[in-house]
Design a binder for this molecule. Structure first.
Ligand SMILES: [Zn+2]
Length: 425
């Protein structure tokens, strides 16, 4: 069993405490000891963390490792599975380079892509972040993701289910193929014309059926949900993680607050930030941003998430990275967005990226803290991210990335891999 001692670092344990000096011993894939009595621990392998902060690895709460930088979701359907699998594996490693040691998948572009990637990581075939694998987006005719046309045969990359009978069948298919997270598109989105964000095409009986099937198999349901009505339907049906929620009204927020131990939310705010604040870089025409009301959606999201924070609702980070305008690797930007736009303190925002994420993964008793007995998913950050959360946006600031006790990036070795890909800034 390998034993690695990280010495002289400031430890940000993610309990809410400010960083403090401690030595941390890792044995196998677990944290064996956290000693504030410095110098008492010994191990054959020692890493010097002087000037650095040791913290838990980050959890991406709305990740899309199967999204390959396309400008429209429909293009995902056109990538052959062979190429797609390789691109997916590449993305998981890119996220690991950026300090994400766990990915909660929000939707997979093909039914088995997330599943086989997760299986290969779990089997030790390659080193990658821990994963909960998602199904493709399940939508209704005319819902977000229904890319079919009447004049030409074209399958959608989403799975279409109309009515509880079809939903039951599609959901069971996803269970059989091994997904952890069943993704349903309950509301539309302003990206598409057929179902806008304020529209809620998925009906109560369809949502309830999805939840019933997934929970029977011990899996989770996650929902694309922008309209206030969609949030209410998701809470009533018991959807586990409700994404976006930006148009939540008072009633929807009250419902979420009353049921805050049952639900997670995640704004997936990166997409809105990039569209509104980096329009030129995104290549999306400014007229489209204005016409579709993304600026308003941005402001509304900020208000909504100030409320979420005040009401103590569990909010995970994850910004819908993986499109042309939200490059993979920018994921840690969300932490800064939480501080800058939603009123979180840096420590609170870092907890959203660690402890809340671990809770979302269903692993809060063994992941997301620097604590004895917990899994050794750890980062050594040059500097103090509790003073400057933007440090986490640059992989050069990560001296060490450890996943499940294995060193993906080791500060003692000159890494001769190709230069780490930096996300476009
Ligand atoms: Zn998404």
């Amino acid at each position: 069993m390998t034993r690695v001692l990280i010495r002289n670092a400031q430890v940000f344990d993610a309990t809410g405490r400010a960083p403090y000096p401690a030595d941390v011993l890792v044995e196998g894939n677990r944290i064996k000891a956290v000693a504030t009595d410095l110098g008492v621990l010994e191990a054959p392998e020692v890493i010097d963390g002087a000037g650095m902060t040791l913290m838990p690895g980050m959890v991406e709460g709305h990740s899309h490792p199967t999204f390959t930088g396309v400008s429209e979701p429909a293009q995902l359907g056109e990538i052959p599975p062979e190429e797609h699998l390789i691109l997916t594996i590449k993305n998981t490693r890119l996220m690991l380079d950026h300090g994400f040691t766990a990915l909660f998948e929000a939707a997979s572009a093909k039914l088995r892509l997330g599943v086989v990637t997760r299986n290969a990581i779990n089997a030790g075939d390659f080193i990658g972040p821990r994963m909960r694998a998602a199904s493709p987006e399940i939508t209704t005719t005319a819902g977000l993701g229904d890319e079919r046309r009447v004049h030409i045969y074209r399958e959608s990359f989403a799975l279409i289910a109309d009515g509880p009978e079809e939903m039951r069948k599609v959901a069971r298919l996803c269970m059989r193929e091994g997904v952890d997270n069943l993704k349903i598109n309950v509301s539309g989105d302003d990206f598409v014309t057929n179902a806008r964000a304020a529209c809620t095409p998925m009906m109560r009986d369809e949502i309830r059926t999805a939840v019933e099937v997934a929970h029977e198999f011990g899996r989770m349901v996650v929902a694309h949900s922008r309209s206030a009505e969609s949030v209410k339907r998701c809470v009533e049906a018991g959807v586990d993680c409700i994404y976006h929620c930006d148009q939540s009204d008072e009633e929807a927020l009250d419902l979420l607050e009353r049921n805050k131990n049952r639900h997670f939310v995640a704004p997936a705010f990166g997409i809105l930030y990039n569209l509104v604040h980096e329009t030129e870089k995104t290549g999306v025409p400014r007229s489209f941003i204005e016409e579709r009301g993304f600026r308003k959606a941005f402001d509304v999201s900020c208000e909504t998430y100030h409320q979420m924070r005040k009401r103590g609702i569990r909010v995970a980070i994850g910004g819908d990275y993986g499109f042309a305008f939200t490059p993979q690797g920018q994921n840690a930007r969300d932490i800064h967005h939480f501080v800058r736009f939603f009123g979180y303190s840096p420590i609170e925002a870092l907890q959203c990226a660690t402890t809340v994420g671990a809770d979302l993964m269903g692993m809060k008793h063994e992941l997301g803290l620097v604590k004895e007995g917990y899994l050794a998913d750890l980062l050594l950050v040059r500097g103090d991210p509790t003073q400057d959360v933007t440090l986490l946006q640059h992989p050069d600031n990560l001296a060490m990335v450890m996943t499940d006790g294995r060193l993906w990036k080791d500060p003692r070795r000159e890494i001769r891999r190709e230069k780490l890909p930096l996300a476009a800034e």
